[in-house]
Design a protein around this ligand. Structure first.
Ligand code: UDP
Length: 319
């Protein structure tokens, strides 16, 4: 049995990860300030003797007395509407101070620490699909910069703690992911489209809908994050993780309309600034090193996600 910290543990990915780690017999300490996370996400494990939730903001140092084996650092608002508003400064702080505090904790406990970085570090990519060696094209003063540059700085901190402090790090770059435990109000495209369709509202495409994304189902993503954490010593990444099947946002809207119907029309709204035109991971590295390929394709994943959002639709506030 390992003792594992998951920061951002009440969020979409964090809660899915906590549940999987508990089911595999580990002791899990879930850390979150619940800024975008939801306690409801951890309901099914909150009474498990091996699970503990600590409400804490990782911008502040964290003291844990028992020995920690592994730390998964997921804490950070991840949806563009969540990080572009009045909490943009908190987002940078969480990326930077949070990384320092968790790296210090890893150093103290001699724990392996995995950083969840993001495809956003590639910005508006000029290389397609994106390979790990591509250094990106980020607008450092744009509305996405708090997240993009925050996550870039966190990558740099992880590598410096590895080089100079000997911390055992792992670094993954997550591409768009979806599935159960997403917040119906977090404003991302899949949650918005499904909740709009389920509640009979119009489906809002930003821009002309020709921009692309590649969507990974959450179970596939959790599997590879765990594989990366437990990969052989010395393989630190960065490694892209995501599903390389690429769709336009218009294609996604049409799939959701076909599946749910409900009279929703597709309407077009302004494209937010710095919205990447295309995004698709090159996953050769992860396939080779971790023998991982995503299994759940969008058609099946959307069905599972629609089923989940039917249980949440009373919480959807947009309209
Ligand atoms: N998007 C959209 N309608 C929505 C929400 C998002 O057309 O209601 C677009 C958004 O402009 C972007 C893509 O869908 O081009 C993916 O957006 P999301 O916020 O899910 O994540 P991103 O990949 O931009 O971080």
């Amino acid at each position: 049995m390992k003792t594992i910290i998951v920061t951002g543990g009440t969020g979409f990915l964090g809660s899915n990860l906590c549940i999987r780690l508990i089911n595999e017999g580990n002791k899990v300490i879930c850390i979150d300030n619940n800024y975008t996370g939801r306690l409801e996400n951890i309901k099914e494990i909150e009474t498990n003797a091996n699970f503990r939730f600590i409400k804490h903001d990782i911008c502040e140092p964290l003291e844990i007395t028992e020995h920690i084996d592994q730390i998964y650092n997921l804490a950070c608002p991840a949806s563009p509407p969540a990080y572009q508003g009045k909490h943009s400064i908190d987002t940078t702080k969480t990326c930077v101070f949070g990384a320092i505090n968790m790296l210090e904790l890893a150093k103290k406990h001699n724990a392996t620490i995995l950083q969840t970085s993001t495809s956003e570090i590639y910005g508006e990519p000029l290389v397609h699909p994106q390979v790990e060696t591509y250094r990106g094209n980020v607008n450092p003063i744009g509305i996405r910069a708090c997240y993009d540059e925050g996550k870039r700085c966190a990558e740099s901190l992880f590598f410096d703690y590895h080089r100079h402090e000997g911390v055992d790090i792992k670094l993954v770059r997550i591409f768009n992911t979806y599935g159960p435990k997403m917040d119906p109000n977090d404003g991302r495209v899949i949650s918005n489209f499904i909740c709009q369709a389920l509640s009979g509202q119009d489906i809002t495409i930003y821009g002309d809908g020709h921009q692309t994304r590649s969507f990974c189902y959450v179970d596939d993503l959790i599997e590879v994050i765990i594989r990366m954490m437990n990969s052989s010593f010395g393989f630190i990444g960065p490694v892209n993780i995501g599903n390389p099947n690429e769709f336009t946002i218009k294609e996604l809207a049409e799939m959701v309309v076909d599946k749910i119907g409900n009279g929703s029309k597709i309407i077009y709204k302004d494209l937010p600034s710095d919205d990447p035109t295309q995004r698709r991971p090159d996953i050769t590295l992860v396939q080779t090193k971790l023998n991982w390929t995503p299994i759940v394709q969008l058609n099946e994943g959307l069905d599972k996600t629609i089923k989940y959002f039917k249980t949440q639709i009373n919480l959807f506030k947009k309209g």
